[in-house]
Design a protein around this ligand. Structure first.
Ligand code: 13P
Length: 334
């Protein structure tokens, strides 16, 4: 492992004013997004849609440091035959790859999930590196509900994240470590804080046991937010202050950067929260975005699967990328 090189990539992923485009929806997930805009879920449509984003020069060159791809996309070619990975590189962004294989029920833990995909991961990472991937992503899912999460689910998922991260670094790939505590449910912000803190502490302990070099990784956490069905809403300032406090309690300063998931927040909320945290300032790590829905909802709607809407889709993508780029600097204005 060349740690200097891993560190260089990790720092580039969280470069000031830039963040990550999470475009790694599985075929099933992108179907849900396409259904909402009346687009058929074909391989060509998935290619056209993603090509539209990757060719958006203003957004990609100025505000996007890296793109998380799904397995299908990393091998795909644009309409003119250029590999999509090449387009991303030409825009000055780093190609990355989602490597987990989704979730399965965790035995003995009703309602809880374990992320799978460790078997043969070392071989897959070698192939992805050859194809241009310089970072990877693995998402663990922790749900909050009556009697959950269990310690079993937290510990088992943290262990898998750490095993994945160690395998990535051995393959000279920067791991994005994503322990996502879901914002479904009716819990309040303090319950989200408590569960996320537990998950983060356990994750960093497991990373230590697996001898993962923190300088060569990026953390992708959720923010401390109330559940979507919670009666108790939280202000932007409360979310920012509690999330920064939570991260300071849990994330060592050796980690180069933290890139949040949006997790179902609205576009504007996701931007406002990130901006308010960076306005607090004085943080030991870069703090930016690795958004899927909060970057793509607007361009998806504007595009709606029609070739004549590509320019409108690209304008919508540029706008969201720019707003989040400003938020990553604490310079966004509502
Ligand atoms: P959202 O920002 O839509 O939560 O997606 C980010 C992601 O990559 C989840 O794994």
């Amino acid at each position: 492992m060349n740690l200097d090189e891993l560190n260089k990539v990790a720092r580039a992923m969280v470069a000031p004013g830039k963040g990550i485009l999470a475009a790694d929806e599985s075929t099933g997930t992108i179907k849900k997004r396409f259904d909402a805009i009346g687009v058929e879920n074909t391989e060509d449509n998935r290619r056209d849609y993603r090509e539209m984003m990757f060719r958006t020069a203003e957004a990609m060159k100025n505000h996007i440091s890296g793109v998380i791809l799904y397995d299908e996309t990393i091998w795909q070619k644009a309409k003119d035959g250029t590999p999509l990975v090449k387009i991303i590189e030409q825009m000055g962004a780093i190609p990355g790859i989602k490597v987990d294989e989704g979730t399965k029920p965790l035995p003995n833990c009703p309602g809880e999930l374990i992320t799978v995909g460790l078997d043969k991961l070392a071989d897959r990472l070698t192939k992805y590196y050859e194809q241009g991937a310089r970072f990877a992503k693995w998402r663990a899912v922790i749900d909050i509900g009556a009697g959950i999460p269990s310690y079993t689910a937290i510990r088992t998922n943290a262990h898998a994240l750490a095993r994945y991260a160690a395998l990535c670094q051995a393959a000279q790939i920067v791991p994005i470590v994503e322990p996502e505590v879901l914002m479904d449910g009716d819990h309040d912000i303090d319950r989200c804080y408590e569960v996320t803190e537990f998950m983060l502490k356990e994750t960093f302990q497991e990373l230590y046991y697996q001898r993962v070099a923190l300088e060569g990784m990026v953390l992708k956490p959720n923010m401390a937010v109330p559940g979507k069905k919670s009666a108790k809403k939280a202000s932007v300032q409360e979310v920012a202050e509690k999330t920064v406090k939570m991260l300071k309690e849990c994330v060592p300063g050796a980690v180069p950067g933290v890139a949040f998931l949006s997790g179902g927040q609205s576009d504007e909320e996701a931007t406002a929260h990130l901006d308010a945290m960076n306005k607090i300032g004085n943080l030991p790590w870069g703090l930016t975005f690795s958004y899927g829905r909060a970057l793509q909802a607007a361009p998806q709607k504007a595009w709606s699967g029609k070739a004549e809407n590509v320019a409108a889709g690209q304008r919508a993508f540029t706008h969201r990328a720019k707003m989040n780029g400003l938020a990553a600097l604490g310079q966004w204005k509502a």
